[in-house]
Design a protein around this ligand. Structure first.
Ligand SMILES: Nc1ncnc2c1ncn2[C@@H]1O[C@H](COP(=O)(O)OP(=O)(O)O)[C@@H](O)[C@H]1O
Ligand SMILES: Cc1ncsc1CCOP(=O)(O)O
Ligand SMILES: [Mg+2]
Length: 279
């Protein structure tokens, strides 16, 4: 892990049995994950949800989202290709999820790139009780208000220390923040988990951030501790990325392998290879 996330820390590894137990719970409970998401990666999100062991449904008509979310274990709101109608649907579904105690995962794709995305992400955070805010570094920096750079949907990084940025964002939004990158930072504002699993190939494929949100939702659906569940989800997804990259010839063989490795990942695999540090 990079020095900037280790410096001055008294880190200890989280027992691999914890993420393993959560993966086993996803596989046995097979929670329904309701997505209101973008049109670019929607099919990847459906299939990675299945590979994690959960069941996806994509539904965004304002007329039906309250009914659909009532059957779900978690709701994903992903603002990647927003429209006014989608914002209306997100608010209806999110309010119903909150009434029913169903965790909501917000992926603020491209926040900061346009005023519409920024205003919508803020409105969702202000109106709804968001369980996990999962974004790349630039997106979390924008929402933390401490400085983040976003071009299109890509992160240009944060202005200051990444761990402090994530922590500030968690405190100011009242959510668990799951900030992805070469090392993922997950924090509820006090505890900090650093996830070392992953491979640079994941950064060269559109949709890995969206898929990380889907896998996160599958894990939070079966957990009470959303920070631990978010870290466990990123460890599982990252490990699939590591093993998928090993035999890949390029981005598209990697993509196929990423799905196959997650589908084949056992709780024992995760117990032995998850790299989650708490500090
Ligand atoms: N350089 C990297 N090394 C290892 N894993 C990475 C790297 N970049 C991204 N990832 C992983 O890819 C997934 C998507 O992260 P990221 O690229 O930050 O999101 P986004 O696609 O939203 O920009 C996460 O699971 C993250 O851990
Ligand atoms: C390219 C693009 N444009 C709008 S949504 C989207 C997909 C973003 O996916 P990710 O952030 O997971 O790479
Ligand atoms: Mg990416």
């Amino acid at each position: 892990m990079p020095d900037n996330t280790r410096e001055g820390s008294s880190a200890r590894f989280v027992d691999g049995a914890i993420p393993a137990g959560l993966l086993a719970a996803v596989r046995s409970q097979r929670p329904l994950v309701h997505h209101i998401t973008n049109g670019v990666t929607i099919n990847d999100c459906a299939n990675i949800t299945i590979c994690a062991g959960a069941a996806p449904v994509m539904a965004e008509a304002p007329e039906e989202v309250a009914g659909m979310v009532a059957a779900a274990g978690a709701l994903v709101l992903n603002i990647g290709t927003l429209s006014a109608a989608q914002v209306e649907a997100m608010l209806i579904a999110g309010r119903r999820a909150n009434e029913l105690g169903i965790p909501v995962v917000l992926d603020p794709v491209g926040v900061g790139a346009t005023e519409f995305r920024t205003a919508t992400a803020r409105k969702l955070l202000d109106t709804l009780d968001i369980a996990v805010l999962k974004g790349n570094a630039g997106e979390i920096g924008v929402l933390a208000g401490t400085g983040g750079s976003v071009r299109g949907v890509d992160s240009g990084g944060v202005a200051g220390d990444p761990v402090e940025t994530a922590r500030e964002c968690a405190r100011s939004t009242g959510t668990v923040v799951s900030m992805t990158g070469a090392v993922d930072v997950v924090t509820d504002g006090s505890r900090v988990f650093l996830v070392g699993n992953g491979n640079p190939a994941m950064d060269r494929l559109s949709g890995t951030g969206c898929m990380a949100s889907s896998v996160t939702a599958a894990f939070v659906a079966v957990a009470e501790d959303y920070a631990v569940a978010s870290a466990a989800a990123l460890a599982a997804f990252g490990l699939a990325g590591e093993w998928g990259a090993a035999g890949a010839r390029g981005p598209y063989t990697f993509r196929t392998a990423l799905f196959d490795e997650l589908a084949g990942l056992s709780p024992d695999d995760l117990a032995g290879h998850a790299r989650i540090e708490e500090r």
